[in-house]
Structure formats: structure tokens, C-alpha cells
Design a protein around this ligand. Structure first.
Ligand code: BES
Ligand code: ZN
Ligand code: ZN
Length: 483
């Protein structure tokens, strides 16, 4: 989607549809035509409510679309992002191509411009890459953001919003790929291609290299599949790094299909396990944006990628593997594979010099039980880094909830035969998974984001298509930019 900022009244912009956000109980200071809609009760301004008017008097646009903003005093940039997304999704379904949106009052800021553009680009996405008729080619081609005035920072907001949303859509495309078309090898190839286009360093560790290094936890998961595993490493290095010596490591779970292995999953819903690489895709999306937005902190991305299958070489429940850290792990359940591959990636991240670690993973069904599909579960051993991540998430409108990780939970992770089991008991499954990872993060400040409930939308929302959400891309980029 093309984007443009214009400092002119929206009434003067010729386009297919002009979009205005209008609020509850707000009748004055609006064009007469809008006041009529309120008076006839066709529109009340409730969040994401829509009303379309043709040939609006006084507008150069062919149509006027009102989108509800709810209560004006509660309206945030997150609401603006959703409103822009809801408007674009409605208009594109009507084959409308060129739109303009007015930002005034409190949202004519760089943050507001970024949010509006993000909402529009995210709303324009459809997971239809494998349909012969791609949604009848319905998508909005161009959005003009009309603002009353303001400095150059608004243009920077426009650029940032466009980059963030395009990179989030890049992650969504990867997540949506079915597992026959996106194997670990294919994912590594896509990462390498993206890195070369964006000027990032890239190294792919293959099975032999991982064997030499001793990544027994990761390799154990991979051995049930005919598809070889890979560890994708991408490097962003700033021209002049900020003082302090921090080095951010972003780690993403890249299981291209999770059958559960021999501890096999039920058939019902197994098709969704193509999204078990959503954490890895989010890290790739974030790195693509980081390459363009150039934060002052060095960032290294690590994406362990495997397919969890049941082949005759598959690891068995009861197998004991030795991780890169030297710790031995008793694999009591082969379906708890994400933590095994992340364990080796977290250890390797520290060997590469990362001083702060953030991982994103579709790690547990238990986080979906705890938080539903609304909040990402946040686990951490370091309050300072956790607050940085959660502040970035709040600013990006990505909901996150702090979960416990105190040492009392250690009792839940006891193995009779190895240093650690890969599962705990019946209760607190998302916490025991995080406790397991904590053993491998060691003393390095680390935050774990469990996105099993939030990386995939089972139903379309007014502002987002059904399917991959691309959650965490924006949070990780803002974390790096704001370091
Ligand atoms: N990939 C799954 C977690 C998951 C569940 C993601 C639902 C998305 C939606 C993970 O590898 C897994 O299978 N975890 C097990 C752990 C259990 C065996 C301790 C789970 O959550 O059931
Ligand atoms: Zn699993
Ligand atoms: Zn999994």
C-alpha cells in the first residue's frame, strides 16, 4: 500500500473514500452531513461502528466513511490503529482502492500517524496467498493521511508505521504458509534472502554444525523428521552503537509443524500446528524492520527451526539428551519440544555475546487456558528488562500480562534420572515451561513471551483477518528502538 502525508483539509483530497473517526456524544464540530447521521440515529460513534455516505456534500472524495471511535476521552493510538484497520477492511471488501484519513486533535502526532498507517496496512492483509482468486484482488492501494499541520516528525511516524506494518505482514505471510511449503530448510532460505535484501548478517547452522557444537536438545526434536533442522542466526550491527555495551538477543520458536511427535496430538485441530513457528516469524519480521529503522543497539536473532514428527528415528518418551549447556534433559513428553529447541538457542545466544534476551514462542496450551486469546504471557527473571518489554508492548497496543516465575515452582520440575525433565505436572503448565527455559537463560536478563493464544486469530476481527496475527513484531522493534 502506498502512503502519503498531506497538510490540507481532508475535504479537498480527491479519492474513493475519505475516512473520519467520529465519537460517541460528539455532534458538533463535524460536517453537517455527519450531524445528520447522528440525528437520524444511523450512527452513534460506538467503537468500530461504520456508516458510509455517497457523494458527500463539501468533499472531493466520492464517499465518506465514518468509523466509530467510542468515548473521545478514552481514545488511544491503539483504538486509532483498530479504527483505521476496520475502515480499510470494510472499504477493500467493496473494491475501493484510494482512501484518505483525517487525523486531528490529539492524534495528529507521529505516534498517531504511525498507528493509522499500521492499522490500514494490517487491515489490508489477507491470508489468501494459496487461493487461485486472491480475494478477487480486493485491496486498498493508497492511503493519504491528512493532518492539520505539524513538523517533520510526522513524516518519520508515517515511515515507521509503514515499515512496522509491512514487516508484521511479512511475519504473517510466513506463519500462514502450510508446513509442506514451509519446511525448516525453506524458512532458513527465506531468512537468508530477507537478510541479504536488508543488509543483515546471516549464518545458518546445519545439522552437522549443531552436532559438532553439541546441541543435543534441539537435534533430539528434529530426529523424527525427514526434514533437516537449522539454526538461523541474523545479525544487525549499528554504525555507532550507544554506550553501555548492551547487545539484544531475539529468539523465536521455529517449529514448522508440531505433530507432538510420539506423544502425538489429537487429530482435531492438528492442522493449526503450522503456526508453531510464529515466534520465529515474529523475530524475522522484527529484524526486517530493525534493518530499516536502524536502532543504536546491536541485535542478534536466533531461530531454531525443526519439524516435530513421528518418524522411525523419532525420540521416545524417556530418552535423555544432553543440551548445549551440558545439562541433561529427560524427555518425558515429545510434545513439549519448543522448550527443548529454545534451550539450545538461548545457550548459544549467550555464547554469541547477547547481554539481554527476549524469546517469543507458541509454547503452551496452558497459556491459552490462563489468558485466552487476548494477552501474551510474560515471564521474566529481570524486572528492568520486563518493564522495558511491557512498556514497548503497551505503546504498540500489544496486550501482555505479567505471569509468575518464582523459585517455588522449581519443585514442579524434578527428574529422577536427568538434571531436568522437559515437563512438569498437571498444574501451571505455562509457568513450568518458562521455569525450564529459565535454567538455560542463566544469569542473563531474559524475558519469555508465550504467544500460543495470541499468534493466531480463530475468527476475523473487524480490523484484522482470521489467521496469523504477527503479534510481538512491533513490541520487539520498539524495544530495540527505545533502548
Ligand atoms: N506448540 C504447542 C503449544 C501450543 C498449543 C501452541 C496450542 C498453540 C496452541 C507445544 O509444543 C505443546 O505441544 N505444548 C504442550 C506441552 C505439554 C506436553 C506439557 C501443551 O501445551 O499441551
Ligand atoms: Zn508440542
Ligand atoms: Zn510446539
Amino acid at each position: 500500500m502506498q502512503t502519503e502525508l498531506k497538510r490540507v483539509p481532508i475535504e479537498t483530497i480527491p479519492c474513493d473514500a475519505a475516512i473520519l473517526v467520529a465519537f460517541e456524544d460528539q455532534k458538533d464540530r463535524l460536517p453537517a452531513i455527519v450531524q445528520e447521521l447522528y440525528e437520524s440515529k444511523e450512527f452513534s460513534g460506538k467503537p468500530l461502528e461504520l456508516a458510509l455516505v455517497h457523494r458527500p456534500a463539501g468533499f472531493a472524495a466520492k464517499r465518506l466513511l465514518l468509523v466509530g471511535g467510542g468515548k473521545p476521552d478514552k481514545f488511544s493510538t491503539a483504538d486509532l490503529r483498530k479504527a483505521a484497520g476496520g475502515a480499510v477492511r470494510h472499504l477493500k471488501s467493496k473494491s475501493i482502492k484510494e482512501v484518505a484519513v483525517l487525523l486531528n486533535g490529539g492524534v495528529a502526532t507521529p505516534e498517531g500517524v504511525a498507528a493509522a498507517v499500521e492499522g490500514a496496512i494490517l487491515g489490508n492483509f489477507d491470508p489468501d496467498a494459496h487461493k487461485s482468486e486472491k480475494n478477487g484482488n480486493k485491496s486498498v492501494d493508497r492511503i493519504t493521511v491528512a493532518v492539520p499541520g505539524g513538523g517533520d516528525a510526522l513524516e518519520a511516524g508515517l515511515r515507521r508505521g509503514q515499515i512496522l506494518a509491512e514487516c508484521q505482514n511479512f511475519a504473517r505471510e510466513l506463519i500462514n504458509e502450510p508446513s509442506n511449503r514451509l519446511t525448516p530448510t525453506v524458512l532458513a532460505g527465506r531468512a537468508r534472502q530477507m537478510a541479504s535484501e536488508q543488509g543483515l548478517g546471516c549464518e545458518i547452522l546445519d545439522q552437522d554444525r549443531m552436532q559438532q557444537l553439541g546441541m543435543g536438545a534441539l537435534l533430539g526434536v528434529a530426529q523424527g523428521s525427514a526434514e533437516p533442522p537449522a539454526l538461523i542466526v541474523l545479525r544487525y550491527r549499528p554504525e555507532s552503537p550507544a554506550p553501555g555495551g548492551a547487545h539484544l538477543g531475539l529468539v523465536g520458536k521455529g517449529v514448522t509443524f508440531d505433530s507432538g511427535g510420539l506423544s502425538i496430538k489429537p487429530a482435531d485441530g492438528m492442522e493449526k500446528m503450522k503456526y508453531d513457528m510464529a515466534g520465529g516469524a515474529a523475530v524475522l519480521g522484527a529484524m526486517r524492520a530493525i534493518a530499516q529503522l536502524q536502532p543504536a543497539i546491536p541485535v542478534t536473532a536466533l531461530i531454531p527451526t525443526v519439524e516435530n514428527m513421528t518418524g522411525s528415528r523419532a525420540q521416545r518418551p524417556g530418552d535423555i539428551v544432553t543440551s548445549l549447556s551440558g545439562k541433561t534433559i529427560e524427555v518425558l513428553n515429545t510434545d513439549a519440544e519448543g522448550r527443548l529447541i529454545l534451550a539450545d538457542a538461548l545457550t548459544y545466544a549467550q555464547r554469541l555475546g547477547c547481554t539481554h534476551l527476549v524469546d517469543a514462542a507458541t509454547l503452551t496450551g496452558a497459556i491459552v487456558v490462563a489468558l485466552g486469546h487476548i494477552n501474551v504471557g510474560v515471564f521474566s527473571s529481570d524486572d528492568e528488562l520486563r518493564l522495558k518489554v511491557m512498556t514497548a508492548a503497551a505503546a504498540e497496543g500489544e496486550k501482555m500480562w505479567h505471569m509468575p516465575l518464582d523459585d517455588d515452582y522449581k519443585d514442579y520440575l524434578k527428574s529422577a534420572f536427568a538434571d531436568l525433565p522437559n515437563i512438569g505436572g498437571r498444574w501451571g503448565g505455562a509457568v513450568t515451561a518458562a521455569m525450564f527455559l529459565k535454567e538455560f537463560a542463566g544469569k542473563t536478563p531474559w524475558v519469555h513471551l508465550d504467544i500460543a493464544g495470541t499468534a493466531w486469530l480463530d475468527e476475523a476481527k473487524p480490523h484484522m483477518a482470521k489467521g496469523p496475527s504477527g503479534v510481538c513484531v512491533r513490541t520487539m522493534v520498539r524495544l530495540a528502538l527505545g533502548w
